[in-house]
Design a protein around this ligand. Structure first.
Ligand SMILES: Nc1nc2c(c(=O)[nH]1)N[C@H]1C(S)=C(S)[C@@H](COP(=O)(O)OP(=O)(O)OC[C@H]3O[C@@H](n4cnc5c(=O)[nH]c(N)nc54)[C@H](O)[C@@H]3O)O[C@H]1N2
Ligand SMILES: Nc1nc2c(c(=O)[nH]1)N[C@H]1C(S)=C(S)[C@@H](COP(=O)(O)OP(=O)(O)OC[C@H]3O[C@@H](n4cnc5c(=O)[nH]c(N)nc54)[C@H](O)[C@@H]3O)O[C@H]1N2
Ligand code: SF4
Ligand SMILES: [Mo]
Length: 762
């Protein structure tokens, strides 16, 4: 374990006093007894028995990609450790075991349903019968399966460039594989996926650097790290079990460096129910160093860290020479960039950056982990490059206990990528070749639309048919007005979903909108698999639904039947795939690293995907070396009040707005309106720094208008809290109404974390 006792004392105070993480009423640490209380309330309530049954079911947790559960039992992680499921798991299950939404409620005029909030839409209950909204009608009505398949099959007969799919990472690998095979057999490459809005910059960036786009760190490796750099992640809310690894790391003397414009209370101190004696009551310190940077400036921080390492003679030249390419240019860039430029862009002082560099250099094994604060920027890929460059300069890639670790989102979003649900230029060559062999012809080379480009194409009237395998394409997008308009230009929209959401009421097609109710992961009548963010494949057992007299279909069955009706037996006997073991055999033959899935039905052995975890500095690039890239510093200038059309005399403040999740929501689905850890009591809040509140002449809790380049939200309550001055934070999906998508061109990911807004008193 590294020793920090002789670390150079900083020349000036390195840690700015931690601002209050949140408002006065907010708790002073993350986790805590309220988590236990939530657990207890739910598991002891009338839904308790069903909840327990589901928690114990052998299937992967529905919520995040940390990936607890699976064949080894609902409470086991991949190293065989017995762990608890966090309350996010309970939250997700609770939503799925709701009673069915009453038919008369779903048959209300669509204008009524459009009044519902995200929370209200979810609380309607589970979808339990298929329904259609036809052109000229003002409400959804029940529809029979034959007519559904007829409409769908006709809709797929359009030219391939005019048909598209969108998917979200809750479905299985089997459904994902079928979806892409169906689309590619039809010659369409329009395979948009929620990862386009999420970790696509990580996939694109890491693939170029290491030849593999996922985490190179296994859970076992993480457990050997002695430093974790956690960048742009609110893990206490979104990946709670990762917090236990950070607590254990601190307990064994390791360091955690947090890089985040928001002081997230749970990243300062977290009280974990996993350690009732040592952590739950008093809390465990998480961050050893907290760098509260200006949003969007991560590249500057990492170039700064690189510069400090170079100046201290702490980069690993031997390692770079042997295992990397392009390192000299990266070193030259850091040397040539002066400190003032770096510190002005990121707002972090040189001594603080130097301290971070020293912590990294003095650690034997460092894991660099990140989430949406890194990827959702117009330079998302550069952010990823700059982090991985830093890992390489210090020799922290390709050894046990170290490496780059994107913290993935949806519980099977990574599986969708592995199965080839990607646009053409992101499809692995091996998969392309195998599919061409299967089809007996070459695949279409048309680029295909990723998620943002799909919305643009639809908005331009270029899409006739859209199949949505889960998710909420409407509300996940920036500029909801555009998203709604885009949907209205699509003739046929088919949603497969477990529960109603805003998309089903606002994302409506021109001719037909069909909502098909599906079994969720623990209800499917067949086995399925999923892939965690740590590259671990889990096998999910068959299950049953609690819904009585429900007319549900499995995603696999729907896709098989639709494919059979559209394509007959070409290139496979689609109906045979209802036996999902055959799909797994096909996956084993097609997807690199997935060979072991071919026998998983017999062995029941879950496995780590081959070729992903790098314990040795031998990467999957053609040369075996990692490729490094120079990362231009971002220009973070905000528009002026004239550009916003705001009279200069009106009291106002122009801010860089971060948009993301509250404590109790899963993406576009809100479970509870407030975020107690940030002191935000409802959805229509803006978290601002006291300095900005004062400079604009506002007061705490005043109601203001927040305006972006696509619209405004009114009557927004100002909440003072731990955001970096000059920036603010609001919740999606509501805030998606007010801004257009600037995006990272290389990955297609919108800059959700740096939205220029003006705040003024109405
Ligand atoms: N309970 C729950 N779990 C979830 C989800 C959920 O909605 N609810 N969603 C799932 C999905 S799909 C995903 S992608 C993940 C999302 O997990 P996260 O990425 O943790 O979620 P976000 O709310 O987007 O917040 C990201 C963090 O980035 C910080 N940030 C913002 N801008 C910047 C910046 O410029 N630089 C840096 N360094 N940090 C910045 C924010 O302050 C925030 O702490 O969680 C997954 N798990
Ligand atoms: N402003 C802003 N916007 C963002 C983000 C942000 O940070 N800020 N984050 C982005 C990110 S990271 C992501 S991943 C996207 C999320 O975008 P999506 O993945 O499209 O949205 P979700 O809200 O996760 O989708 C929820 C719906 O999925 C359906 N569902 C749940 N389980 C299943 C299942 O097993 N099968 C099927 N077929 N359906 C199911 C339910 O009907 C539920 O209503 O949002 C993006 N949008
Ligand atoms: S950390 Fe993620 S995968 Fe693990 S129990 Fe919690 S929500 Fe589920
Ligand atoms: Mo995500």
């Amino acid at each position: 374990m590294a020793d920090f006792t002789d670390a150079k004392p900083p020349s000036q105070p390195i840690q700015p006093p931690l601002p209050d993480a949140a408002g006065a009423e907010a708790p002073q640490m993350g986790g805590g007894l309220s988590v236990i209380q939530y657990w207890a309330e739910h598991t002891l309530s009338p839904e308790g028995p069903k909840l327990w049954q589901t928690l114990l079911h052998k299937s992967a947790c529905l919520s995040c990609a940390w990936g607890t559960g699976g064949q080894k039992g609902g409470f086991t992680n991949e190293t065989g450790e017995k762990v608890q499921r966090c309350m996010k798991s309970v939250e997700a299950i609770s939503a799925e075991i709701q009673p069915a939404a009453p038919p008369q409620v779903l048959a209300q005029p669509i204008a009524e349903l459009q009044q519902l909030t995200s929370l209200e839409a979810d609380r309607l209950g589970r979808l339990s019968f298929p329904m259609i909204l036809r052109a000229g009608s003002d409400h959804y009505e029940r529809i029979g399966w034959d007519e559904i398949y007829q409409i769908a099959e006709t809709a797929l007969r359009q030219p391939p460039e005019r048909i598209a799919s969108y998917s979200s990472g809750r479905s299985s690998n089997e459904a994902a594989f079928l979806l892409q095979l169906l689309m590619r057999t039809l010659d369409s490459n329009n395979l948009a996926d929620c990862s386009d809005l999420c970790h696509s910059p990580s996939t694109v960036g890491l693939k170029q650097m290491f030849g593999s786009g996922t985490s190179m760190v296994s859970l076992e490796n993480l457990q050997q790290a002695d430093c974790v750099v956690l960048i742009g992640s609110n893990a206490p809310a979104n990946h709670p079990r990762l917090m236990n690894e950070l607590i254990k790391l601190r307990d064994r003397g390791g360091k955690v460096i947090v890089i985040n414009p928001v002081i997230e209370v749970g990243l300062v101190k977290f009280a974990s129910p996993a350690f009732p004696l040592t952590s739950l009551l008093t809390g465990s310190e998480i961050a050893s160093l907290y760098l509260q940077l200006i949003p969007g400036s991560d590249v500057a921080v990492f170039v700064g860290i690189q510069k400090a390492l170079i100046e201290a003679g702490q980069i690993q030249i031997d390692y770079l020479q042997q295992h990397t390419q392009g390192w000299q240019a990266v070193v030259d860039q850091a040397k040539a960039t002066d400190w003032e430029t770096i510190t002005t862009i990121c707002g972090i002082s040189q001594p603080e950056i130097e301290l971070a560099a020293q912590m990294i250099a003095r650690s034997q094994t460092v894991v660099f982990a990140w989430a949406m604060g890194v990827t959702q920027h117009d330079n998302g890929v550069d952010n990823v490059f700059s982090i991985a460059n830093t890992a390489l300069l210090t020799g922290n890639a390709g050894k046990p206990g170290a490496g780059t670790m994107p913290i993935r989102g949806h519980s099977n979003v990574q599986g969708f990528g592995s199965m080839g649900v990607v646009v053409t230029d992101r499809l692995k060559q091996e998969i392309q070749q195998s599919l061409e062999q299967l089809l007996g012809r070459s695949l279409s080379r048309v680029p295909g639309y990723d998620t943002r480009r799909l919305i643009e194409a639809a908005d331009a009237g270029q899409i006739d048919t859209l199949i949505c395998l889960g998710g909420n394409l409407y509300a996940a997008n920036p500029d909801l007005t555009q998203a709604k308009r885009a949907f209205s230009q699509i003739d046929t929209v088919i949603y497969l979903a477990t529960k109603p959401n805003l998309g089903h009421f606002h994302g409506l097609g021109r001719q037909n909108t069909i909502v098909i109710p599906v079994f969720n992961r623990f209800e499917n009548p067949h086995k399925t698999t999923t892939e965690s963010g740590n590259n671990y494949v889990r096998l999910n057992d068959e299950g049953q639904t609690h819904l009585k007299d429900a007319d549900l279909v499995s995603e696999v069955e729907f896709l098989c039947e639709l494919a059979h009706r559209s394509l007959g037996d070409y290139p496979i006997q689609w109906r045979q795939m209802l036996e999902t073991r055959y799909i797994r055999q096909l996956i084993a033959q097609t997807i690199p690293g997935y060979e072991a899935i071919g026998t998983i039905d017999d062995t029941l052995e879950e496995f780590t995907i081959g070729g992903r975890i790098f314990d040795q500095p031998q990467f999957s690039t053609p040369s075996g070396q990692a490729q490094m890239f120079v990362t231009p510093l971002p220009n973070l200038q905000l528009p002026t009040s004239e550009q916003f059309g705001i009279p200069a005399q009106l009291p106002h403040r122009i801010l860089s707005l971060m948009t993301g999740r509250s404590y109790s929501q899963h993406n576009t689905v809100v479970y509870k309106p407030d975020d107690r850890y940030r002191g935000m009591p409802h959805r229509n809040c803006i978290l601002m720094n006291a300095v900005d509140i004062q400079l604009a002449g506002f007061t705490a809790h005043q109601r203001v208008t927040v305006q972006g380049d696509a619209g405004k939200l009114e009557n927004v309550e100002i909440i003072p809290g731990g955001v970096r001055p000059g920036s603010a934070l609001m919740f999606y999906p509501e805030v998606n109404l007010i801004f257009k998508a600037r995006m990272d061109e290389r990955s297609g990911t919108p800059a959700y974390k740096r939205v220029p807004v003006v705040v003024y008193a109405a």
